[in-house]
Design a protein around this ligand. Structure first.
Ligand code: XMP
Length: 477
């Protein structure tokens, strides 16, 4: 019989503690590489699952130092809107602020404001000459939904404005002096050329770990497949200034993927491409050669995955990450360990195995920022978490005409489940980053690169695993 190699996952190993010079775990720096060119401040990426990442999750995670990858199970138009929502959530200067016509009725404006998710609008006609500002405060004094914008806005005569040269730093002083919330920037003809908001300043102070592009906007990724509308989708996402495209299919080591990479390279230009999912050194080598800017590693480890059961295929995640990253590092291509992370210690192990970041699905599902409604059953609250290859998602894809497959031909490789409602994602991220930093201190690693170098694993037995958790007591917190 041929030799069958052993493959391990996170629970099969522990990291050997090393002499540490740390005085506090805050000395650990969690900055890491998402792709060849993009750095993020914590090694956490939210999964492009439809129950995990839309703009709300992407905004929060980028503010906390990670990055969200938007799912693709929506129309291209909606996908573009989601990118724009993240890109507009904060910036140094909004170069293309939303405007509203002065003749519009309050009723229409309220719907518009809700759909774009901003707190106020500049008022102008098509010539974009500033006429006033409409803020949420103005709505409070409106007499009804049928009043016109021009009747309740703050007119330009009462506004403080800046000019095209006004800097973010100057704006800060203007906000402080005049106690205003929005500073429109106008040229000599009073044409709108930008907007600076006090919210943006507040965000910079409140979220010092946020990952930003050159204009101070939050970073965001979006996923595409390799069939149907994927090229058009990628093109529109790039136009909307998405920071990274993730080509995400269940079996990334496939001709379909190589073909897609060739075509997407032309379309995406400088926008970086993350590709996956894979689970072997060979796949890593060939995809690095094909021009991947990062690899997504994981076939079947996810909370809601049944790929291994349905197909008999996959590689336990620790081994998959070690194999793929062993090759990828020679190409300078970062690795995302995708799936199977259940606790902060698993993230430390994934990075110790060579990953640069981890992608989380189940752990971030069920939070206030994940898509979907909170359901109540008895005194407990839940949200849905489902696999991208589940029957429900197949149905969703069919509805938006993304795929022609008949539903009775679908063989699901993922399940739909409910997970307890967990509240805000911030608390989860704080716990995870605290755990990662502690793990770094046990290995005397001040950076992610050091953690990758310093990690030495030991294999443990079932008894060792049992010993590793709280045991022989009834935990109360
Ligand atoms: P966790 O463990 O973080 O894993 O929930 C999230 C990752 O699981 C993958 N994924 C799937 N895998 N069938 C699969 O075999 C599916 O339906 C499915 N949906 C998501 C994906 O890589 C995700 O990031």
């Amino acid at each position: 019989m041929k030799h069958i190699p052993l493959a391990l996952t996170y629970d099969d190993v522990l990291i050997i503690p090393k002499r540490s010079s740390f005085k506090s775990r805050s000395e650990a720096q969690t900055k890491t590489k998402l792709t060849k060119k993009i750095d993020i401040n914590i090694p956490i990426v939210s999964s492009n699952m439809d129950s995990v990442t839309e703009s709300k999750m992407a905004i929060k995670l980028a503010r906390l130092g990670g990055i969200g990858i938007l799912h693709r199970f929506m129309t291209i138009e909606d996908n573009v809107e989601e990118v724009k929502k993240v890109k507009r959530a904060q910036s140094y200067i909004i170069s293309d602020p939303y405007i509203i016509d002065p003749e519009k009725k309050i009723e229409e404006v309220k719907t518009f404001i809700q759909s774009v998710g901003v707190s106020g609008l500049l008022v102008a006609r098509e010539d974009r000459k500033l006429l006033g500002i409409l803020s949420s405060r103005d709505f409070m004094f409106a007499n009804g939904d049928y009043e016109k914008v021009s009747e309740i806005m703050t007119p330009k005569e009462k506004l403080i404005v800046g000019n095209p040269e006004t800097t973010f730093e100057e704006a800060k002083k203007i906000f402080a002096k005049h106690k205003i919330e929005k500073l429109p920037l106008v040229d000599d003809n009073y044409r709108i050329v930008g907007l600076i908001t006090s919210d943006d300043i507040r965000h910079l102070v409140k979220y010092p770990m946020a990952v930003n592009d050159k204009q101070g906007r939050l970073l965001v990724g979006a996923s595409v497949g390799v069939h149907g509308d994927y090229l058009e989708r990628a093109q529109e996402l790039v136009k909307a200034e998405v920071d990274v495209i993730v080509v995400d299919i269940a079996h990334g080591h496939s001709d379909l993927m190589f073909n897609a990479i060739c075509k997407l390279r032309d379309i995406c230009g400088q926008t970086e491409l993350i590709v996956g999912n894979i689970a072997t050194a060979k796949a890593a080598e060939e995809l690095c050669e094909a021009g991947a800017d990062a690899l997504k590693v994981g076939v079947g480890p996810g909370t809601i995955c049944i790929t291994r059961i349905v197909t008999g295929c996959g590689v336990p995640q620790l081994t998959a990450v070690m194999e793929a990253s062993g090759v990828a590092k020679h190409y300078g291509v970062p690795v995302i360990a995708d799936g199977g992370i259940q606790k902060s210690g698993d993230i430390v192990k994934a990075i110790g195995a060579g990953a640069d970041t981890v992608m989380l699905g189940g752990m971030l599902a069920g939070t206030s920022e994940s898509p979907g409604v909170v359901m109540t059953k008895g005194d407990k609250k839940f949200k849905v978490c489902r696999g991208s290859a589940s029957f429900t998602v197949a149905n969703r894809r069919k509805k938006i005409k993304q795929e022609g497959k008949k539903l009775n031909e679908v063989v699901p490789e993922g399940v739909e489940s409910i997970v307890p409602y967990k509240g805000g994602v911030k608390d989860i991220i704080n716990q995870l980053t605290g755990g990662i930093k502690s793990g770094m201190s046990y290995t005397n690693s001040h950076s992610i690169a050091e953690l990758q170098r310093n990690t030495e694993f030991v294999r443990i037995s079932g008894a060792g695993q049992k010993e590793s958790g709280a045991h022989d007591v009834k935990a109360i917190t």
